[in-house]
Design a protein around this ligand. Structure first.
Ligand code: ADE
Length: 235
């Protein structure tokens, strides 16, 4: 997979050289480049923003540098605009993006990017406008980092143990069950007996029930409608 990130704060993306994406690069699964949007400005001050038409607070990112940047790096790519007004980022979106050969992340700042850039980008590649969640960050860089990390760990050959992808939160639409490791007793708190039983069927049933219970408590919106036939344990 090839990933290009366009931002006015390239240093913000330094973690892409570390940890998971760094490992993917070392394994040859990933080729990442971070670009400074100001490299595509032509004025002395490297201006990337201007006041909004129609008035209102804040500044809007100008179309010209973005047009030049996307012309240079985004032909035929899937172009992700990180924005609080995008579709919510989910594990399913991560799965979809992990199947694409070339992702370009366009990180907006201020009040956002001139909408014509998004329209133009749709003539160059496939556009996704994606939000990390229902809150406002100062810019799209942190969202791009989070999305890249979630996508890269799904690349075939990246995870040493593919089973951990199957069992983790959201993989099956539920939150993950609680996990424990040694020692079996710690500060007066014991690991649930069933996990020490060696009875794999009972352990699997307990985990399914815990996952369903957790999801019902914390994220009832993830559960199928009542009455649906799901195979989930009754709580
Ligand atoms: N930029 C600012 N806030 C954002 C959010 N919640 N998601 C994606 N990009 C953003």
């Amino acid at each position: 997979m090839r990933i290009d990130v366009v931002t006015i704060f390239p240093d913000y993306l330094a973690p892409l050289g570390l940890s998971l994406p760094g490992k993917a690069r070392d394994k040859g699964l990933l080729d990442v480049a971070v670009h400074d949007l100001r490299d595509w400005t032509t004025d002395r001050h490297h201006t990337v923003d201007d006041t909004p038409y129609g008035g209102g607070a804040g500044m809007v990112m100008k179309p010209e540098p973005w047009g030049q940047a996307l012309d240079a790096v985004a032909q035929g790519a899937t172009i992700v605009f990180t924005t609080p007004s995008g579709e919510p980022f989910t594990q399913q979106v991560a799965q979809e993006l992990s199947g694409h050969e070339h992702l370009v992340f366009a990180c907006g700042r201020y009040e956002g990017i001139d909408q014509r850039v998004v329209e133009h980008a749709a003539t160059q590649g496939t556009v996704r406008e994606i939000s990390l969640g229902d809150y406002v960050l100062n810019g799209g860089e942190v969202a791009a980092l989070a999305i890249i990390e979630a996508v890269v760990r799904l690349l075939p050959g990246f995870m040493g143990n593919a089973e951990s992808l199957v069992e983790e939160s959201h993989a099956d639409g539920l939150l993950e069950y609680p996990v424990y490791t040694k020692p079996s007793s710690w500060r007066g708190r014991d690991v649930p007996d069933v996990l020490l039983s060696g009875d794999h069927a009972r352990i699997a049933a307990w985990r399914r029930e815990q996952a369903a219970r957790r999801t019902a408590d914390r994220r009832p919106d993830l559960l199928p409608p009542t009455g649906a036939v799901t195979g989930l344990p009754d709580l």
